[in-house]
Design a protein around this ligand. Sequence first.
Ligand SMILES: Nc1nc2c(ncn2[C@@H]2O[C@H](COP(=O)(O)OP(=O)(O)O)[C@@H](O)[C@H]2O)c(=O)[nH]1
Ligand SMILES: [Mg+2]
Length: 109
Amino acid sequence: MGPIWPSYFKDCYSVVFIVDSANTAQISSSCIQLLSVLSAEPLHGVSVLILFNKRDMPCIMSLVEIKSLFRMDDIIAAATQPITILEVSARTGQGLQEVLSWLESIIVK
Ligand SMILES: Nc1nc2c(ncn2[C@@H]2O[C@H](COP(=O)(O)OP(=O)(O)O)[C@@H](O)[C@H]2O)c(=O)[nH]1
Ligand SMILES: [Mg+2]
């Protein structure tokens, strides 16, 4: 669905970007998608939450390894947006509380 995302950008006041961290074959394309989202003019300055999902699955890379593949430190340094990163599992509920806290924090702003 990536090619049609830009149609929605002008109505966004925040972005939740979910990465399937069990799908290592798609990590690099996911990174490119993230860079195109972060560089889109209508999304400058909006709060961004990046979720590394499926952390319950076996044989996945550590968050440190994935962040290093994404060059996350460079992305955060160059971004115009405040970026929060969380590890989650939609299956076990890992990280859900932190996601809700993030939502609450951006609604209050
Ligand atoms: N183990 C596990 N499975 C998940 C998780 N999130 C989604 N899935 C499962 O992954 C499968 C594909 O869904 P997903 O990759 O999330 O969505 P899609 O790629 O957009 O279709 C479905 O069977 C989901 O139930 C998760 O955190 N852990
Ligand atoms: Mg998937």
